[in-house]
Design a protein around this ligand. Structure first.
Ligand SMILES: Cc1ncc(C[n+]2csc(CCOP(=O)(O)OP(=O)(O)O)c2C)c(N)n1
Ligand SMILES: [Mg+2]
Length: 532
């Protein structure tokens, strides 16, 4: 039997466990669609390729698993690059399959439809790897490479492009060559002994957990309980330790009392974090650690970024936490509980009031919708939430203020998370500015009947940048933008929509939204919400 390369590709994606493909078909990708009905793959059509990428990102952050995107050559690829960059900087797996012009036409600059001078070169910078399939028989090897990266290395977007003549080539069908079992790298015994020696003999150690520990919550908690060491979570590690755990300092890293505790600790154990400025939230300051630093990361390059380690361990976070737990068996536990309570209180008393209120606003959302996943953009309550909101579970608080920091993420990424976990409450939290970047994806969510409350934090403009300009005596140009009537717009898309003016109204709207059959846009005037 013969099949086209495109037909074989979708079969292979199914055998690797891909469930959803986000794509806008074009004449250069239609061959990927021929075989789709023969698979269990679900195809979702966003309204823009950036929406496809953000949805795939939200799906992956909620589950840890990649989704695929089918993207046309040229404009489709330039449209998805921003979403790939956001996923790249936050280590989110994503499989981007694109077409490219015929092999014999590449790099000739003949003005072919959708032609870029070098598509692969453009995309490679935001991909773990980017590969042009020269012949159909390369497909199995390159797919195996992609899924091994997703499972065994620091994840990120992988780009595989197929020239038109390769997608359409007919080949003899063959059994899928997939890798059945992939194991993650464990730490060496020597490294664990050295790290445990440092920890056991420390006077005032501290642990920093990053996004790389999201799937290692039980191991992280076990180590905390055995060692009694105070622990800070980065934004992407929220929920790894339960909020009320007596050793959990939450995500208060940049608050002076906690920052001081990290900088003056004699041993810092940092796991699965880049310690970059959007993790530490120290934009104008350096993290100057006086003590010895043990860093654990699955990516050797991450082990030395921003802070040089005394001991570096290149291994999986969960396996390393487990090994440390076992090696700390006979340790005398530290007694950091009362200090943690004091540090939390001292940090909170120093917080700007608005930030603290933002944290409370998010706590109200979580109280109303149990086990909620809050998917944020880059807007005021997200910044406060980054510091003061405490998620009950991992993979349930993420936003685009970390890493690449693009606007427009928070709407489609919430839809991607809801598609992945339809039984969970998923909320989008986005500013009036950010919303206008990807507003059209409301149509996708209406089509899919996604019951996602879309919380629009409305301050009629680019509030954060206006503040930044005013603080620096720069005239506030370009930041007070015309605000459309979001309620009418959302209704036009087929969403439910309401502008709320009180806390009671908001809570009621949120409850109703979570059981609706379409998204509900909830317009929240900032000045009113801050007074709730
Ligand atoms: C793609 C992109 N363009 C511009 C920016 C710069 N920027 C960061 S925050 C912000 C303001 C966003 O306004 P809004 O979404 O309404 O949030 P607010 O700060 O008003 O709560 C801007 C323009 C960005 N981060 N990303
Ligand atoms: Mg705004």
């Amino acid at each position: 039997m013969t099949q086209t390369c495109g037909e074989i590709l979708v079969e292979r994606l199914e055998s690797y466990g891909i469930e959803i493909v986000f794509g806008i078909p074009g004449v250069h990708t239609v061959e990927l669609y021929r075989g789709l009905p023969n698979t269990r793959l679900r195809h979702i059509t966003p309204r823009h390729e950036q929406g496809a990428g953000f949805m795939a990102d939200g799906y992956a952050r909620a589950t840890g698993k990649p989704a695929a995107c089918f993207i046309i050559s040229g404009p489709g690829m330039t449209n998805i690059v921003t979403a790939m960059a956001q996923a790249y900087s936050d280590s989110v797996p994503m499989l981007v399959i694109s077409s490219v012009n015929n092999s014999h036409e590449l790099a000739l600059g003949q003005g072919r439809l959708h032609e870029l001078p070098s598509q692969r070169q453009l995309v490679a910078g935001v991909s773990v790897f980017s590969h042009t399939v020269a012949r159909p028989d390369e497909l199995d090897e390159v797919l195996a490479r992609a899924f091994t990266v997703f499972d065994s290395a620091r994840p990120g977007p992988v780009h595989i492009e197929l020239p038109l003549d390769v997608i359409t080539a007919t080949v003899t069908s063959s059994k899928a060559q997939t890798i059945a079992t992939r194991y993650r790298p464990a730490p060496s015994g020597l490294a664990i002994t050295a790290a445990t020696d440092l920890l056991k003999h420390a006077a005032n150690p501290i642990i920093v957990l990053g996004g790389g520990t999201q799937d290692a919550a039980p191991q992280a908690q076990a180590l905390l309980e055995r060692s009694g060491i105070r622990t800070v979570l980065t934004i992407n590690a929220k929920g790894v330790i339960p909020p009320a755990h007596p050793l959990n300092l939450g995500s208060r890293l940049p608050q002076p009392p906690v920052l001081q505790a990290i900088q003056s600790a004699d041993v810092v154990l940092a796991i699965g974090t880049e310690l970059g400025e959007t993790d530490t939230l120290l934009f104008d300051d350096q993290l100057n650690i006086e003590g010895q630093v043990i860093r654990v990361d699955i990516d050797p390059e991450q082990l030395t970024r921003n802070v040089l380690p005394t001991i570096s361990i290149c291994a999986d976070a969960g396996l390393t936490l487990q090994a440390l737990y076992e090696a700390m068996q006979d340790c005398r536990p530290f007694q950091h509980q009362s200090e943690v309570a004091a540090l939390r209180q001292a940090s909170d008393s120093l917080a700007p009031e608005a930030y603290f209120k933002h944290g409370q606003f998010l706590a109200l959302v979580a109280e109303t919708l149990p086990e909620v996943i809050i998917v944020g953009d880059s807007t005021q309550p997200v910044y406060g939430g980054n510091l003061f909101y405490e998620a009950a579970n991992p993979r349930s608080y993420f936003n685009s203020s970390t890493g690449y920091g693009t606007l427009g993420f928070g709407l489609p990424a919430a839809f991607g998370a809801k598609l992945a976990l339809p039984q969970r409450h998923v909320v989008s939290l986005i500013g009036d500015g950010g919303l206008q970047f990807t507003l059209s994806e409301l149509a996708t969510a209406v089509e899919l009947n996604l019951a996602v409350p879309v919380l629009v934090w409305n301050n009629n403009g680019y509030g954060e940048i206006k503040k930044y300009m005013v603080d620096r005596d720069i005239p506030a140009i370009g930041v007070d933008i015309y605000t459309p009537d979001f309620v009418s717009i959302a209704k036009g898309f087929g969403c439910a929509a309401i502008k709320v003016s009180s806390k009671v109204e908001f809570v009621e709207a949120l409850r109703n939204a979570s059981s609706a059959s379409v998204p509900t846009l909830i317009d929240i005037p900032e000045d009113l919400a801050l007074a709730w």
